[in-house]
Design a protein. Structure first.
Lengths: 101, 474
């Protein structure tokens, strides 16, 4: 298990972020996106100026919890409907490029 | 130099629920591919997950049975990575606030001694789909995607393959007792990742670990560890460094192999799952669930020894499976001898079930019927060979032992007059054997007993035959 990244640096590694998102960016795109992304993150970073000492961290903004559903079976999608968007199918399965482990 | 090993396990257990963790699709195994799917478990954009209450309850119950602290506040997180069997490109799991913390499981080592294996945590998460490989492509079946899993993470407390095996067996026993999981290994209900490292004896710091991924049999874990620890020790002895890597166990070849090493460490970018709200558990709620917990295997063994006066060995065999223990207790309550009930179940019933790949739940003979059969033996109405014969009939078609014995005329003949006649016949027919016996050949008596049993078609009471022969030949 890895720890979440809390990088203090303003510099964003656009190529690395694109790689994590499985996006292929050209050099031009990297050059164009670099300042844009830094601007966006810089804007959000203004929050760092707030004094949050003494505030409990929260994962959600709304004060709600414990929303559960009962363990009951409900009808899903018919097989044909589920496969309708598959670019390729075989023996009832979604076909993807060969997985190499 | 001597080496010590440290083994830690991450065990993924399929929770026994009817529906998946975030949607109403069934969790039944073996359906045709992609027939138990819906927008949620297929990861359609905008489809909203809803937490299955049973998945939370079963995980908390596991935590209680394993001595964990139940986290009063727990939340779900997204673990981001790309793999074809996970359509959302993230798995909903728990990161920094799992449902259960700490705890441990006491194992019994092969030499009978006990050792506590500490747990780090237990969290819930969704399973991914299953992939199948064709010649030039792969196929994905999402029936399994969204199946509720509980991941149990241990501290690196196990020192060898035997301890890891004992842990897995002990864990399986408890989870089956609690009705948490079917623990059916063939159906992939229990899979584990095995982390192991070696270090020179006495060294404080742990060695560099390797990880064996996705092991799905206990035998595999044991075999893989025997090999992997030996490999690591050999590497260190030859002055080489252990590389931190993921390895794969090749069961057929009996070796572990390095998997394609990853260029970078995983960067899962965990963040709180915005579509699911936190789980907040009150002590009252936890106490309420705790009341539904069954007696644990260890407590049950102790009680069975105390209440029925059976040996520790018997209690160990019978209590290993809750259904078998229930069957024994019901039989013992109906019967005259608890020890006889234990013997019958351990030797005859379980052997018969194993031979036919059945479970105790599928046996035709009710505990009351088995007790009836045992009582006929105890009352000397039938002898043991006859009882086994009656058992076979009951096993095949059920029925009452006393009725079968009556209908087939199998009752043991204990009428001395009737047996005496047969004893006389046997003596008259075998003068040479009789002479041998009188001449001191003790074994000849056995032959004569056999002859009488044959004449009685197996129904004579062998003890009585023996007594009569001795008296007549004295
Ligand atoms: Zn579904």
């Amino acid at each position: 298990m890895t720890t979440p990244e809390h990088s203090a640096s303003a510099k964003i590694d656009v190529r690395y972020v694109a790689h994590l998102a499985r996006m292929h960016l050209s050099d031009d795109e990297v050059a164009r996106l670099q300042p844009q992304l830094e601007q966006i993150v810089g804007y959000v970073r203004q929050l760092n100026e707030l004094d949050v000492a003494g505030l409990e961290p929260t994962a959600h903004a709304i004060p709600a919890q414990n929303v559960f559903r009962a363990d009951e079976i409900r009808p899903g999608l018919d097989h044909a409907v589920a496969m309708a968007n598959a670019p390729q199918a075989r023996e009832g399965q979604f076909i993807v490029p060969k997985i190499i482990e | 130099m001597n080496y010590e090993a440290n083994i830690g396990l991450e065990v993924h257990v399929q929770l026994k629920t009817k529906s998946k963790i975030f949607c109403g699709c069934p969790t039944i195994f073996g359906a045709p591919p992609n027939t138990h799917v819906c927008p949620v478990c297929l990861g359609y954009p905008g489809a909203m997950p809803a937490m299955n209450a049973a998945a939370v309850r079963l995980t908390v119950l596991s935590g209680l049975m394993l001595g964990c602290r139940i986290n009063p506040y727990s939340k779900m997180d997204r673990k981001n990575y790309y793999y074809p069997d996970m359509p959302k490109n993230y798995q909903i799991s728990q990161y920094d606030q799992p449902l259960c913390l700490g705890g441990g499981l006491e194992i019994t080592r092969p030499d009978g001694s006990k050792k506590m294996i500490r747990l780090t945590r237990i969290h819930i998460e969704e399973d991914v789909g299953k992939n199948m490989h064709f010649a030039s492509s792969s196929g994905i079946d999402f029936n399994r995607a969204g199946t509720p899993l509980m991941e149990i993470v241990t501290e690196p407390d196990m020192a060898n393959a035997d301890e890891a095996l004992a842990f897995l067996e002990g864990l399986k026993e408890i989870l089956r007792y609690g009705g948490i999981s079917a623990c059916n290994l063939e159906e992939g209900n229990l899979r584990c990742d095995v982390n192991s490292s070696v270090r020179p004896a006495g060294q404080a710091a742990l060695g560099t670990k390797t990880e064996l991924k996705n092991m799905n049999t206990f035998k595999g874990v044991h075999g893989a560890l025997l090999h992997e620890l030996a490999r690591q020790i050999a590497e260190v002895q030859q002055g080489r460094r252990i590389r931190q890597e993921t390895r794969r166990w090749d069961d057929a070849a009996g070796i572990t192999l390095a998997m394609r090493s990853k260029e970078e460490a995983h960067d899962y970018r965990y963040f709180p799952e915005p579509d699911l709200l936190p789980i907040v558990l009150s002590q009252a709620q936890i106490d309420d669930w705790a009341k539904t917990l069954p007696e644990l295997p260890e407590q049950r063994r102790a009680r069975m020894i105390r209440d029925y006066g059976i040996p520790e060995y018997d209690a160990g065999v019978l209590a290993a499976d809750r259904a078998v223990a229930d069957y024994f207790e019901a039989t013992a309550k109906h019967g005259k001898s608890a020890k006889a009930a234990s013997n019958w179940i351990m030797t005859t019933v379980l052997a018969k079930l194993a031979g036919q790949h059945l479970t105790i739940g599928e046996v035709q003979i009710t505990p009351a019927q088995l007790a009836g059969l045992i009582n006929l033996v105890e009352a000397k109405t039938i002898n043991m060979p006859t009882a086994k014969e009656v058992f076979e009939l009951m096993f095949a078609q059920g029925g009452d032992a006393a009725e079968i014995v009556k209908a087939r005329g199998l009752a043991q003949v204990s009428d001395a007059g009737a047996i005496e006649k047969l004893v006389d016949d046997a003596i008259a027919a075998n003068p040479k054997v009789v002479a041998d016996f009188k001449g001191g050949k003790e074994a000849s008596l056995k032959f004569l007993v056999g002859q009488v049993m044959k004449l009685s078609q197996g129904k004579a009471n062998p003890g009585l035959v023996n007594d009569l022969l001795r008296r007549k030949l004295a």
